[in-house]
Structures are given as C-alpha cells and as structure tokens.
Design a protein around this ligand. Structure first.
Ligand code: ZN
Length: 187
C-alpha cells in the first residue's frame, strides 16, 4: 500500500525515532510496514525511505540504489531494509553529494558527507549485519539514517546557493555540475 509521505514541517520528521525491539522484529509486525515502505519508495521513484517519512517513528529504513548512479564505479545497494542502523564515519574525507528528499519535493541541494562509513543493522529476519559503504551509496544511507534522528539534508547544505528546484537544476546546472540528467536521488 502506498503511504502518505510527511513533508518538511511535520513534527514526525523532527523527532528522534525509537529503536525497534527484538520482540517487535520476532513478532512480524514490521512485515506490513516494510512492504508499504517499499511500495511508497517505488511509487515516488525514490532510492531510499525512512519510516518517519511515512509517519512511523521507528528506526527503520529501506533502500534500493541502482549501480553507477553518480560515479560509474558506484556499486548498487540491493533492495533491502535496515532496522536500527548505526552509521559510523570511517574517514574525515568528505564528498559533495547532490541530494533530494521525498519530504522536500522537487528540490535539490549539495551536501557534504563522509565518503566512507561503517553500518551495522538488523535485517527483518532478525540477523545482524555490518558492511562498509563508500561514495554515493554511503551518502544515501547517511541521508536515510539522518531521518531517524530528525535531521533533514537541508541542514547539512554548506552553500545554500546550491539549494534549488530540481527542474531549474536540470535546466541550468545539471550538464555542468557533473550530474546526469534524470538522476534519481530522492529519499
Ligand atoms: Zn529524505
């Protein structure tokens, strides 16, 4: 089922989402919400979605990042859900990343994020996972994990002049900005 997406200004986007309990994972109550989150992400052609964006204040996110979306070498993130993700930067080196957000429709801005992160999370089947991510996939996970702490990407824009409508960005800047037209970074 496609869910309504909370937009910037809604309080649910500003609170710290709570941890999902082991009991909740075992009970299967997350199954429907995760299915709905995937449906919603697909409907809006996002590459990620965090539970607070659909008015569920839990530490839960879904992702599906196609390969080479920005850099041809960027690996894909397969369709997956992360429960209680813990993101730890592995470097002080930052990357500039153009980001959009389903909660801030039709806009885009350039955000600086650590280039490499370690992520630990629980899968819906209860198994524990950890993996290192680099480049655009690392930025995508950081964007979604920020939602769990009530943080929106606009607060991380260093140069507010980069904050603009996606349509104007594509019209005037995409060719020179090194971002392929029709890029898809909503989450
Ligand atoms: Zn977002």
């Amino acid at each position: 089922m496609i869910l309504k997406v909370a937009r910037m200004g809604h309080p649910v986007l500003r609170q710290r989402a709570r941890e999902v309990t082991a009991r909740e994972i075992a009970s299967g109550v997350l199954k429907q919400i995760l299915a709905d989150m995937f449906d919603t992400m697909d409907e809006y052609e996002g590459i990620g979605l965090a539970a607070p964006q659909v008015h569920v204040p839990l530490r839960l996110l879904v992702l599906e990042v196609p390969p080479g979306l920005r850099d041809p070498d960027d690996p894909a993130i397969p369709r997956m859900a992360m429960i209680n993700p813990v993101v730890t930067p592995l470097t002080d080196e930052t990357m500039d990343n153009w980001e959009g957000c389903l909660s801030i429709p039709d806009m885009i801005g350039e955000v600086q994020r650590p280039r490499q992160v370690h992520v630990a999370w629980t899968a819906p089947d209860g198994t524990e996972h950890e993996q290192e991510f680099e480049g655009f996939p690392a930025a995508a996970i950081q964007h979604e994990a920020d939602h769990l702490d009530g943080v929106l990407y606009v607060e991380r824009i260093q140069d507010l002049k980069t904050f603009q409508y996606t349509r104007e960005f594509q019209r005037f800047h995409a060719r020179t900005g090194g971002v392929p037209e029709g890029h898809d970074d909503e989450g």
